[in-house]
Design a protein around this ligand. Sequence first.
Ligand code: GLU
Length: 444
Amino acid sequence: MTLVRFAPSPTGLLHVGNARTAVVNWLFARKQGGRFFLRIDDTDTERSRPEYEEAIIADLDWLGLRHDLFARQAERAAAHEKAAEKLKASGRLYPAYETADELDRRRKRQIALHKPPVYDRAALALSADDRARLEAEGRRPHWRFKLSQTKVKWRDLIRGAVEIDTAHLSDPVLIREDGRFLYTLPSVADDIDFAVTHIIRGEDHVTNTAAQIEIFEALGTTVPAFAHFPLLIGAGGEALSKRLGSLSLREIREGGIEPLALASYLAKTGTSDPVALRPSLDVLAQEFDFARIGRAPAHFDPAELAGLNARLLHGLDYEAVAARLDALGIDGGAAFWEAVKPNLARFSDVADLWTLVAGPVVPVIENAAEAARAASLLPPEPWDESTWGAWTKSVGAATGAKGRALFHPLRLALTGREHGPELKKLLPLIGRARASARLRGETA
Ligand code: GLU
C-alpha cells in the first residue's frame, strides 16, 4: 500500500515551501488510496521545540491534511542505533577524527590545487593503534558512511532518469562526535521501518538521495520510489528563503487566507494545470499527476493567492459560513452574507461590513435638506430588494437628481463610505429606523 511521509523539522513554523511538500505528498497518497505519515524530524535536539511540533500539527490540520501515522524521530533512537550497528558491521560506517578546523584547512588546500573539495578518506587508513592513540588524546570519532563511488541511478517520478556519481561526493557524516545522529541515517532507517513507498520532496534533496539510496541498499532493503520537485520561487524569480519568515502558514492564515485557496494554489503552481481554485482536496487529489509537474521552478505570488482567496469567498454559500458568522456575533443570516460576499478579500472583512448594517455608522451628509427629504420618502416596511429601486426613483422624481448625483449622496449618508456592497441588498438589512436616522445625520 502506498505510504508517503512528510518529515518536517520542528525548528520553526511551516512555511509555504514545506506546505507544498505536505500538499503534494497528501494528494498523491489520497489519489493512490494510500496513507500519509507525519514524521517529526527532531534529531536536532538543540533547535527542535515542542511548540513548533504543535504548530506544525495545527497548521496541517487547518490545511485539511490529516495524517494516518505519526512518529517522532527522537523516540526512535534504538532503531537508528540498530541501523548504525549494521552499517558498522559491514564496514560501511567508519570512524573519523578530524576536527572541523582540520577539515576546513584540507578543503582550502584542495580548492587551491583546483581539486574538488571532497573528503579524502584519510580516516580509512587509520590502524587500530592510530585510533587508540587519537582517543587517548581525548578525540571522539564522528562516523562517515562509505559511499560506493559508483553511479547511483534512479527513475525519478518527476525528473526522469537521474544519475549521480558518488565518487564526487564526500562520505556523509551520519553520527556526530557527541554521538548524535544527523538527519541522513534516521531518515532512511525510519523510511524502512515504516515501509515508506514514495519519498516526495524538493529538489534540494537530490544529492542526499544518492547517498540515501546507497544506505537503503547497504541496509539490505528495497529502495522506495523518489520524486523531487522544483522549489518555489517568488513572483519576480527571487529565492523565497530570504522572506520565508513572512510566508509562514501561521501568517498566511492570520492574513485571512482560506485553507482551500492555499491548497489549490500549492497543488497547481509549477504544474501544467492553470493555477485555479478547485472545489475540494479530493478534486485536487483526482487531478494530481507527477507528469504535470514541470522542471522549471514554481512561482509563489501572494497577490495571486489573494485573488484565489477572494474568488473562493465569493463562491461560498451561506451554509458553509453560518457558524463562522455566528462566532463573530453576526446575525444577518443569508441575506447579509449574500449582500457582502462579493466585497470580501478575506473572511474577516465581514466584521467591518457588518457595522454598515448594525452600526454605528457616522453618516456623511452632503446636503442636509435633500437627505432629509429622501428620508421622508422612505416607504413603510417590510422591505426587500425592490425597495431601493422604488425609493430612489421617488427621490429622483422629487429632486430631479439622477445617476451618480442621485445615488452617491445616499450611499454616503447610509454607510458613511464612498464604496461598499450593493445598496439594494444592504438597505433592507439596515432597516427603516436606522436608514432614516442616518439620512437625518444621526450616528446609528
Ligand atoms: N527533515 C527533512 C527536511 O525538512 C526531511 C527531508 C526529507 O523529506 O527527507 O528537509
